[in-house]
Design a protein around this ligand. Structure first.
Ligand code: CTP
Ligand code: MN
Ligand code: MN
Length: 494
């Protein structure tokens, strides 16, 4: 790089006047030299030099300035100074390192501005992004894709929510689930706790939690929970198919901590579901890939059509929301033949059994009775015929092969599959209910109840004001009845 000799002597006033009068050649470039760090004499020397080469150099920082040149390498203090002294937005000017100036002098023309010349503002305005004003407290009024920009935060919030659940503090649990869901919906990454200040469902303690995580990369409380024996044990036990929180607690209170502890305890009688849960634990605790879900779709579709040519199989749950992985695969099976849906399901089960791929089946017959609707129970299970299955999936059936554990040489794995079979006229409600996510469903129901005086569940939508059921043949109909903008399945990952 060209070194600048220091001026040998102070320039006399008449010389200044002389060089000032030289005609400017590069009219659209107006340079301003920042005196800070550069010093008065060097600034004045450089000014003369540039002017003598036909450059326009402004004495004051005005709107006319296009190129600010500084020898101050500390960007933050320079930008702070510029913001305090510029009549207009300094980010509209080129704010440049002295190298741009020396290069231009050497070339005897203003060289093109390159990234290497720029002194960038290190602190881009951390104001709250404009989208904040539009964030609704209801997940069903937010669009949440599978892309989570705030995973560190939502993971921490979810650990806290789960811990509250384990301690039967439902209110706190829900509060943290809601807050995590709001953070998941953001199309931007939270970088400062101020940014969450105006978000719904995030109170002061949560703002402090966000601040702690942003500052230290983790939360002390979350770390404590994760290493807590009770939390770890309950988390482990409830990860077994068929083991709920009540059972997990019972085992914990008896002093059991591990799966072998449970197996070795003679007084424990596992039910059928739990036996299968332990038997296939390695397989079904591993996620299911999209390719595996598609393969299962083909297998079940074949079964459906072998039994009922008019049968309709629809993928639902997390995979319908565009997730790449799931803990199971969820399907709705139905038929236009009224009253045949339950028979369809039992025949599919028989077919799978005959194929030798049914490892476990818990069939729950329909208890659906329209006259008993609407259900006022907020998170009531639906009454349609359904089954919770474990199926054997073979490697050759899956494009790209199975998701296998390391060292596993089997050519098959066990996979959890849920099938639900509503009557066709209930299909839209079932599809909406089973597509999830859980948080999205909760908020759809809460919104219906609180904002519309309506009751929504997997069977029906009831208008309490009109005292009547509202019919729907598609999810769009239901959103329309609720006066909600339609949210696509892949935007329901709340
Ligand atoms: N569901 C339901 N009634 C049931 C079981 C499930 O309404 N008896 C709904 C849940 O509310 C959820 C959806 O079905 O919205 C899917 O449930 P689940 O398979 O547990 O979750 P996914 O969202 O599919 O997540 P994953 O990918 O982990 O399976
Ligand atoms: Mn699922
Ligand atoms: Mn499921």
């Amino acid at each position: 790089m060209l070194r600048w000799p220091h001026p040998k002597k102070r320039l006399r006033p008449e010389e200044t006047t002389l060089s000032r009068s030289k005609k400017a050649v590069f009219e659209d470039v107006h340079i301003f030299l920042v005196e800070r760090k550069m010093g008065r004499s060097r600034r004045s020397f450089l000014t003369q030099l540039a002017r003598s080469k036909g450059f326009v150099v402004e004495d004051v920082l005005s709107d006319a300035v296009t190129h600010v040149v500084s020898e101050d390498s500390e960007a933050s203090s320079l930008w702070a100074w510029l913001k305090g002294h510029s009549p207009s937005d300094p980010s509209k000017m080129h704010v440049l390192d002295i190298s741009w100036f020396t290069d231009s002098m050497k070339e005897r023309r203003p060289v093109a501005v390159e990234t290497k010349h720029l002194i960038q503002d290190v602190l881009p305005e951390v104001s709250t992004p404009p989208s904040v004003v539009a964030v609704s407290q209801y997940a069903c009024q937010r669009r949440t894709t599978t892309e989570n920009h705030n995973k560190t935060l939502t993971d921490a919030f979810e650990v806290l929510a789960e811990n509250y659940e384990f301690n039967e503090m439902e209110g706190q649990c829900l509060a943290f689930r809601r807050a995590a869901s709001v953070l998941k919906s953001l199309s931007w990454q939270v970088r400062s706790s101020h940014q969450v200040h105006d978000l719904p469902c995030l109170g002061e303690t949560m703002e402090e939690l966000v601040e702690e995580i942003l500052q230290y990369g983790r939360s002390f409380e979350v770390a404590k929970i994760l290493s807590d024996e009770r939390f770890q044990t309950l988390k482990g036990f409830t990860s077994v198919f068929g083991v709920g929180l009540k059972t997990a607690e019972k085992w914990y209170r008896r002093g059991l901590r591990t799966f072998p502890d449970v197996m070795a305890e003679p007084s424990i009688r596992l039910n059928r579901m739990q036996q299968s849960g332990f038997l296939h634990y390695g397989d079904i605790s591993r996620h299911v890939s999209k390719a595996e879900a598609l393969a299962l779709g083909n297998i079940i579709d074949e079964a459906v059509h072998a039994i009922a040519p008019n049968g309709i199989l629809t993928l639902t749950g997390g995979f319908r929301r565009g997730k790449e992985f799931g803990h199971d695969v969820d399907f709705i099976v139905t038929t236009p033949e009224r009253g045949q849906e339950e028979g369809l399901l039992t025949n599919i089960i028989k077919h799978l059994k005959h194929q030798g791929i049914l490892l476990f089946c818990d069939f729950q017959p329909s208890s659906f009775d329209l006259s008993k609707l609407p259900s006022h129970r907020f998170e009531a299970m639906d009454h349609f015929a359904k089954c919770f299955l474990i199926l054997k999936l073979e490697g050759h059936q899956v494009e790209g092969g199975l998701c296998r554990a390391e060292g596993d040489s089997r050519d098959w794995r066990a996979v959890r599959v849920d099938l639900v079979s509503p009557p066709l006229d209930r299909f839209a409600f079932t599809l909406l209910g089973w597509t999830g996510s859980r948080q999205f469903e909760r908020d759809l129901r809460r919104f219906a109840r609180l904002e519309r005086r309506m009751l929504l569940d997997n069977h029906a939508l009831f208008d309490k004001t009109k005292n009547e059921f509202l019919a729907a043949t598609s999810e769009k109909d239901i959103f329309a009845h609720l006066g909600l903008e339609y949210i696509e399945p892949w935007q329901r990952n709340a």
